[in-house]
Design a protein around this ligand. Structure first.
Ligand SMILES: O=C(O)CCC(=O)N[C@@H](CCC(=O)O)C(=O)O
Ligand code: ZN
Length: 343
């Protein structure tokens, strides 16, 4: 393995995509500043500073292969760390989720990976495809990373699972706050994400099989699915739109503490998830335009979607649509509805 080359150019993601066999066995080495680098497998790399401060940070991207802006942001951070452009002050784990889906520029190859966490990968037919195997591998990587942090007495944990939305959004950058089983929603986390340029938050109303819920529920991490804009091909993102998130993530990794803006409820849009509408029949259809942006609201009783024998209607004033997708596999979430709320 040309380690020297990896340290010189930092092209971990490119090598993971083009020559995954290079990382078929785990590799460990140290950087000039004493940081230990551990490459667990293609697309999975962690950095442990010689004297780590108190955060164990997980940044994942590419759980959906065509959501490229977050992949490019994380690729750049990994490059900067490997080449010594900047140093990590905290332990940080980067996960580039679905490498084969990146190659074909698709959300997934066989199955939506972000429905396979918290053990869902091994239920039903079991580990029968690459996405199921990878979801388990990502889970194991997170579990080991957090457990190793515990051994060194560190236990503040966060996980930002970075995505982009399929369609445009009235509020371009938003985050899904996984269900917290009655624990309070943390304003400090909204402040951190606001510093990243995210001003809209969806409070979940139940457990899910997403990656962020896994880290939140099983490891007590401050975890979010973060939507940073709209899907675009590699190289076609306007990276100026991501300056705030790049800077803030860099600060999270490389500074003891991130200077946060004050909590200003007037600057934030907080919604609670009201309905999770699954496609259960072949004829499931949505009753609004294909290009209706996320957060479009509809009048009371408006029929948002229907399928044989059932209509899904607006139940509350101001109820709006998020993540509509009539083409999901049967049994999967085809639409969320959200209602404005406050913390
Ligand atoms: O735009 C869309 O329809 C989907 C974008 C996306 O991948 N969103 C995540 C959200 C996960 C969550 O609810 O925490 C997903 O659908 O997996
Ligand atoms: Zn996604």
């Amino acid at each position: 393995m040309p380690l020297q080359q990896l340290r010189q150019h930092g092209q971990f993601l490119a090598l993971s995509r083009q020559q995954p066999n290079l990382f078929a066995s785990p590799i460990e080495f140290s950087l000039d500043d004493g940081t230990q680098v551990f490459i667990r497998s293609p697309g999975i790399i962690s950095f442990t500073p010689s004297k780590p401060e108190g955060k164990d940070i997980v940044l994942s991207s590419g759980v959906h292969g065509n959501e490229t802006a977050p992949i490019e942001i994380c690729d750049e951070l990994v490059q900067g760390l490997l080449t010594g452009q900047f140093s990590a002050r905290h332990r940080v784990l980067f996960l580039f989720g679905n490498l084969p889906a990146m190659e074909i520029g698709e959300r997934f190859v066989e199955e939506n990976m972000n429905r396979l966490f918290s053990g869902a990968h091994s239920k039903g037919p079991g580990l029968v495809n690459a996405e199921r195997v990878r979801a388990k591998e990502l889970e194991d990587a997170v579990a080991d990373f957090y457990q190793q942090g515990e051994q060194t007495g560190q236990n503040y944990r966060c996980h930002y699972d970075l995505h982009t939305a399929i369609r445009g959004s009235k509020n371009e950058k938003f985050a899904v706050y996984p269900y917290r089983h009655g624990q309070p929603w943390k304003k400090s986390q909204l402040q951190f994400l606001f510093a990243c340029g995210v001003n809209t938050f969806l409070l979940s109303n139940g457990p899910t099989t997403t990656f962020s819920y896994y880290s939140s529920n099983e490891f007590g991490a401050d975890a979010f699915t973060v939507e940073l804009g709209k899907v675009a091909a590699f190289g076609e993102n306007d990276m100026s739109r991501f300056a705030q998130v790049r800077e803030t993530l860099l600060a999270l990794i490389s500074q003891d503490e991130v200077a946060l803006p004050g909590y200003d409820p007037n600057a934030l849009h907080v919604f609670r998830i009201n309905q999770v509408i699954n496609r259960t029949k072949e004829d499931f259809r949505l009753n609004f335009a294909d290009d209706a942006p996320n957060f479009t609201d509809f009048p009371l009783d408006y029929v948002l979607a229907e399928e044989e024998g059932v209509q899904y209607k607006v139940q509350e004033q101001g109820e709006a649509i998020v993540f509509p997708n009539a083409k999901v596999a049967i049994g999967q979430r085809a639409l969320l509805t959200v209602v404005p709320t406050s913390l």
